[in-house]
Design a protein around this ligand. Structure first.
Ligand SMILES: *Cc1c(COP(=O)(O)O)cnc(C)c1O
Length: 377
């Protein structure tokens, strides 16, 4: 490790998968590896998930599914978000990627791809039960189901699941979650009355699995908890472990005289002669600029606060509480599992008023990922 490195512990991923499987023993976990597995690396995480016996992987984009196929993954994959004309739909259908359908245009595209490939496309019909993102509204649902029935009867598609996504599953006993359950049941009943059934139902994300036993249906879609980060208030009791540790090293250590400013805007002025260290990663690497004067990194076992603003490539920390022999090259832990006093990604999120998801997914391309764990060769 020279400047910066994110070490991903695949044993932690395997542990977290086992924890989630223990919570929902009768469900198949769909491990969500969108956005490069939340910054952890889609291909290694997918490989670990398969080794852990995971049947389903979930991604947002068709291109993300094809990247997994290119890596040699032949298992079940669902992709759920695309816009009309996406050039990857043909390849997804030809390569047996399941696709989510919320609208008649999407159904038409998938059916056309199936026709062209001479195959049957598997679709998951998404119902908008109140998140108001993707998903078919209850008003449009009968028309979509009728079109699905025709495409199915023509031998072009097969309905694998009905599904939806919660808005508030990270809150315990939230009444809106119950409203969403009710709309979901109403929609599946309408579909059945129109002659369209599906072997699977899936509703839950990580928070839904942890907080709502009724959401532990035949498939559950778990992302953030697989990576060991908080899924919200319901998740406190779940013994998952953060899988990623972000390391760096001090690029410089020096003393600046009283009154000297630090970083752009000189928002911090040394109140005394001050011992400072330079950490050579910045917002281009994913360190939130909002962590200026707020974040803390572990240097030689002791937390060092950020002084002044985080810049594109670097930030400065206060070493006044550190031993004076700390020098350039000293190891810096930006975040990790928290076992040695370092902040977690969730701590960074709290300090910068965001969520752990954003802290790990924003990690930049300049930060190499390294893997460790029993299954990693
Ligand atoms: C990202 C995502 C998930 C995973 O959510 P987590 O909160 O990370 O468990 C599940 N389903 C859909 C539709 C998603 O977009």
């Amino acid at each position: 490790m020279i400047r910066a490195e994110a070490v991903v512990d695949l044993d932690a991923i395997a542990h977290n998968i086992a924890v989630l499987q223990g919570i929902a023993p009768d469900s198949e976990l769909m491990v969500v590896v969108k956005a490069d597995a939340y910054g952890h690396g889609a291909i290694p995480v997918a490989r670990q998930a398969r080794e852990s016996g995971i049947n389903w992987l979930g991604v947002a984009l068709p291109s993300e599914a094809l990247e997994l196929r290119s890596s040699g993954d032949l298992g079940r994959i669902l992709a759920w978000l695309w816009a009309p004309g996406d050039l990857d739909i043909d390849a997804c259908v030809a390569q047996s990627v399941d696709l989510s359908v919320s609208s008649t245009w999407a159904l038409a595209e998938v059916a056309a791809s199936a026709q062209a490939a001479g195959t049957v496309a598997r679709i998951h019909l998404k119902i908008d039960t109140g998140l108001s993102r993707n998903g078919c509204t209850l008003a449009d649902w009968p028309e979509l189901v009728t079109a699905v029935r025709a495409a199915r009867d023509a031998g072009l598609i097969e309905v694998e699941a009905f599904w939806t996504h919660f808005a508030n599953a990270d809150v315990a006993d939230d009444p809106y979650v119950l409203v969403q359950f009710e709309k979901f049941s109403a929609a599946t009943a309408v579909a059945e009355s129109l002659g369209v059934e599906a072997p699977h139902l899936h509703l839950a994300n990580s928070a839904g699995v942890i907080g709502y036993s009724a959401a532990r249906t035949s498939i559950v879609r778990t992302g953030i908890s697989v990576y060991g980060l908080s899924a919200g208030v319901v998740a406190g009791a779940v013994p998952v472990v953060p899988a990623m540790t972000l390391h760096s090293r001090l690029a410089m250590v020096k003393t600046i005289p009283v009154g000297t400013g630090v970083s752009y805007g000189t928002s911090w002025l040394a109140p005394n002669d001050a011992r400072i260290g330079l950490v050579p990663i910045g917002y281009a690497d994913g360190i939130p600029r909002a962590a200026s004067a707020r974040g803390k990194v572990l240097v030689a076992g002791t937390l060092a606060p950020i002084l002044g603003r985080v810049a594109m490539d670097q930030f400065v920390v206060d070493l006044s509480d550190h031993p004076t022999d700390i020098a350039a090259g000293a190891e810096v832990t930006v975040f990790g599992p928290g076992a040695h006093g370092e902040w977690t990604a969730d701590d960074w999120a709290e300090a910068t008023e965001t969520i752990g998801y954003e802290i790990v997914t924003r990690l930049g391309v300049r930060v190499p990922r390294r893997y460790r764990g029993a299954s990693w060769a």
